[in-house]
Design a protein. Sequence first.
Length: 636
Amino acid sequence: MTTTTSPTNTTDPGKPTLLGVPRPAGIALIALATVVGVALLGLAILWFVQRGVVLPNTSVDGVDVSGMDEQQLRDTLEPIATSRSTDTVTFVFEDRSFTLEPEDVGYAIDIDGSVAAALGRGREGLPGDITTRIRSYQDAVDIPLEETIDGAALDGFVVELAAELDQDEIRGEVSADPETLEVELVRSQPLIEIDRTQLRERALEALLAEGSEELEVPAETTRQPIANAELDALAAQLRDAIEDDLVLRSDDAELVLTPRDLVELIEVTEVEGGDTGTTLILRVTEDTVEQVMGDVAPDRFAVSPQNATYTASRTPPSTFDIQGSGSYSPVAASVAIEGGRIGKAFDAEVAAEQLTELVRAGTREAGIRLVDVEPDLSPERAEELRPTHAIGTFTTYYQAGQVRNQNIQLLADTIDGTLVMPGEQFSINEISGERSCEKGYQPAGTIVQGELVDTCGGGTSQFGTTTFNAAFFAGVQLDQWRAHSWYISRYPMGREATLSFPVLDVVFTNTTDGAILVKTAHTSTSVTVTLYGQPIADSVSASHGSPFNERSFSTEERTTSELPRGQERVVQAGTNGFTVDVVREVSLRSGGTDSQTIRTVYVPQTRIIEEGTATPPSSADEDDEDDEDDEDEDDD
């Protein structure tokens, strides 16, 4: 089924209509149309009024140009452009100035562009223009001038100015040419490094601003390292220092340093101080002294120190030669001190300090400063250690006229005057060295492999025995000795020593508080060794025991063609061997005693007999020659 609905008429059929629109709506439309019409009329009037002129409340670079037409704008802006083209920018650095002319970097004001920009306000296009034109009566706008700058030219100005002012730091230098002796001066200068980026920004900002400006050049700088006045003064000082010779003198010598020597000696060194924080000074160093003077000055000025010496009689105050048991007490003795002086030596460090003072003052002559060299034994120290007694002495004897006596006496003269300081060791071998024929020692009897033979220096064991006994009764420390292989009757039994370089030696240590002076004396029949010193013992005794463990000697028979058949000779007499003890007892001045037992083992001396094998001579008028008694020979 189909239903038809008729349209509903919402208009009151009784009310009038306008153009088919109900009356209230028509009134509204009429009002709106009126408003729009008025607005359009107003805009038309506004457009008419503002045609060809600058909008109100408009300025160009701060100059009010409201209402001006194009020509008026030009007339207003052209003087400004002319003035701005002559506005300079001056950069100042210390006492220098650099002027930048606008035209140098292509600066100009675009009049056409500036006029167009001013007239263009509110004429950019609808609908924005409507708002701009309306608001121009209320909102002020300043339009910047249209300006142009040649960026490359501005960069060139920056680079050129920086190159003009940039500089590296120079510390400053004063030196002398070693050939010409001319003093050369290099002045110091501070670091200057221009900030190029900031310089460009400042230049651009000043060019775009009204009026001329004076600006500081932006730069990183340092202080001048060394003031010019200080460099000038140092150069003058160096000229004075090398102007002529410098003579150094001592009591006995002199050394002339020429200007060229002085140039090599003097160094110019930078140190803290001065007006700018650092300065240069002249100085002479230990190294340059060594290089220039080291080969000459030490020997030229050296004065050797001289040790004090002791003098005492070679003959002791009393003779002591006991063979068996007995004791010895120190005997007061006179020991004098002679000589002794302090030496002098050249010292490079001391010389460097003095030369530094001299070259700074321009001195031409001076007494050189030397350092003292103390002697090993000064007079003062010698007095402290002066021997006061004959603390030990001993005498042994020999037959006059024997060759061996010459060796004993030569060795005694070599040892005479030896000084042994507290704690030091005395050694016969160390003092004498090898006792060779080249030194004047003669061949004499020496025990070699159980038999007496002649060797250079034979017989000097008697001096070893004499020295050993002097040390024994002095109470000092006995370090090294060895008895003869056989017992020889001229020596104290068990209290004797042999010598043989370099192995067999007589060595003792000075265990006293003073120096020990070893003095020797000899006659045609005796040799004496005396130790002068400060006694540590009231007395020293030797107690000899009886020989024991006796061993019989053996006999060796051999032939020789040196004797006729049927004859024989005794080459070496035999003696029995035995053992003996000797006790040394030291009665110490400090209290108590010190005992030491010395055991000596003597081996038997083989008896040697030679029988002749030669055919007897036709005549029997030749006599046999016998050797001297073996007891008169000893080993070295």
